[in-house]
Design a protein around this ligand. Sequence first.
Ligand code: FHN
Length: 448
Amino acid sequence: MLLLDNTGIINEILSSRKSRLQWWREARYGLFIHWGLYAVAGGVWNNSMIPGVGEWIMFMEKIPVKTYRELAKLFNPVEFDPKEWARIAKESGFKYLVITAKHHDGFCLFDSSLTNYNVVSSTPFGRDVIKEVTQAFKSEGIKVGFYYSQTLDWFHKDALGNEWDYDPWSKNFRRYFYEYSIPQVIELIKKYDPDIMWFDIGCPTHDYARDLRIEIHKANPNIIVNGRIDPWTIRYDFLISKDFRYLCRRGIMFGDYLELHDNTIPPYTLECDWEVPITHNGTWGWRSWDHEWRSTGKLLQTLITVVSRNGNLLINTGPTPTGKIPHESLTMFLEIGSWLKKNGESIYGTYAAPIDTPSSTIYKLTYRPCKSKEDEIYVHLIGWPWNGQLRIYNILQKFDVGEAYVLETMQALNMKKSGNDLVIEGLPYSPINRLVTVLKLEAQPKEV
Ligand code: FHN
């Protein structure tokens, strides 16, 4: 009988996916925040810089729970201002947030009734970060998602991951999963009403993923769930095949979209809904000594490339132990926000263009099909044609192009046909936008 019940709700979950994802597909651009006790350590332990990402320091140094938990007494981010974070995110053009509610170290950034190992009960700070951040971001019209480590938990004796404090043979993962992990996810949903639940690493098997997904859907059927709820085995198959199309077909079952490997941009368009999380420097959680920041241009080109291949980009920042967004992230996110104010229509609500574009071009295309008027094709100039002419390959195979102009100035451009290519003429000898100049084409699909 249980299976029959599940079949009904699973069909409901799968059949409502497309409508649930509509806002998420339009959003295209999200802010990822990794914050917790690891920010206090900042990538340093016993006066040594610890290799590996900042939020894994407990694992890298096999720090005993009784030692690591002492960091909670030092967690007092006196500069934390969730409204400032939300204003920065709004100015930066982010449409959704994903913030760590509980990472692998098991520390909860929210007032959980299932454990005192949380920011309200165990720190001098004593404020509910998830509650305040959720209120502030929703007030700015930004959707809110919670990162939750559903499988790894180095604090909980029955969870996977901590084999330096706990005997692996004495673990009871089922007890952890069904009596702690799922109830805590439902607690987050009922207390804070997120739009996304963002899981990580994957559940050990499909059964765990199915049961978790069913409980989420029962609590709120509108919540979007990322692909890392599904078993990690699927992703490792990919590591062997290296075929992103395979991952598209097999990568998700109970997730709503495919979550690619960290910092992995597929070399071609994926036909499924997908997102890639990327770091801004070399870590997710704050590391005081990590100054290897990707440039604004690199971040923007990554955003454009990801959207041009049907994806969403989730860019991370790891706030400092005092609660500030790192200055480098603040500066570069705002620069991209300024660009998006002038060119955002070429990103939000656009898709991969159905045009066979060679990979070596100096431009990336995005596309918005329109029902009531010509379709819109956006040409993002990653490089610059120093002879004033830009050849757009194969576009005339599928479209008749009526008009072409510079998006941010509305300056009309001359064009001529060259076989199946369109040649834009009369471009100035230097880029119009110092980051990326965007051209807009009004295009009528050809009858096939
Ligand atoms: O182990 C985590 C890591 O700390 C970080 O949260 C990333 C973000 O995508 N996810 C896992 C590694 O893929």
